[in-house]
Design a protein around this ligand. Structure first.
Ligand SMILES: Cc1cc2nc3c(=O)[nH]c(=O)nc-3n(C[C@H](O)[C@H](O)[C@H](O)COP(=O)(O)O)c2cc1C
Length: 205
């Protein structure tokens, strides 16, 4: 195992791949979006979802002004939207008209969600923390949008037989999971109380 004390030399991609969020922001008439790989869910009750955004981003100003955002998740078919909003700045262009990115209205907040998202959160910013060279915007989730067919009806988790999320590997590389093995490892499985049941999606050997 290599050990590196300087993150720039190691790169900060060891924990990737992640599904990047396209974070849409609105303040007054101004609309912008950026790609965010640095995000996290923080709480169930209240439901909190946070995104880390650098102050140099144009969208940062709109987050501060507008006080809300939507976090949108896209399939591999729409990887172009992530790459586009993640490598251009709203300071110079309107990304939505320039790249023909379609939105639909949110139900609680003013900031729209992406038409092509398979899931999205409507968030109202409740807290902000400066974390080094980024600011963590903590949003309270006011509504969840999701495509029914992309999620398992019972467990509510993504159904990878029906949805192929765009995953970010770092350094402008994206991947799709084309085949996968899936296993359930709940308490019953660990303690041996459930035996011999083949799980959904688990490949036969
Ligand atoms: C896949 C990907 C993930 C990114 N993740 C973040 C992030 O978590 N936080 C951040 O501040 N910038 C992130 N960026 C960079 C911004 O998306 C990028 O600087 C964008 O152009 C900012 O647009 P704006 O100037 O219109 O706000 C990411 C870029 C890409 C391509």
């Amino acid at each position: 195992m290599k050990v590196e004390k300087e993150i720039e030399k190691a790169g900060f991609f060891q924990y990737y791949p992640v599904v990047p969020a396209v974070v849409v922001v609105k303040a007054g008439d101004e609309l912008d979006a950026l790609a965010c790989a640095w995000y996290t869910a923080l709480s169930f009750n209240p439901p909190l979802f946070a995104v880390a955004v650098a102050p140099k981003r144009y969208s940062y100003k709109l987050l501060r002004k507008g006080g809300e955002f939507t976090a949108n998740f896209l399939t591999f078919d729409h990887v172009g939207i992530i790459a586009t909003v993640g490598r251009t700045s709203g300071k110079k262009i309107n990304k939505f008209s320039t790249y023909k990115i379609k939105t639909i209205p949110s139900t609680v907040i003013k900031t729209p969600v992406l038409r092509d998202a398979y899931a999205a959160y409507e968030c109202k910013i409740v807290k902000q923390y400066k974390t080094g060279d980024h600011v963590l915007f903590v949003g309270e989730v006011k509504a969840v949008h999701y495509r029914g067919k992309s999620f398992d009806k019972k467990s509510k988790m993504p159904d990878l037989k029906s949805v192929t999320p765009a995953l970010y590997l770092g350094a402008d590389n994206y991947i799709a999971i084309k085949s996968f093995g899936q296993i359930r490892m709940g308490k019953e499985d660990i303690t041996g109380k459930r035996t011999g049941r083949k799980e959904k999606g688990q490949k036969s050997e």
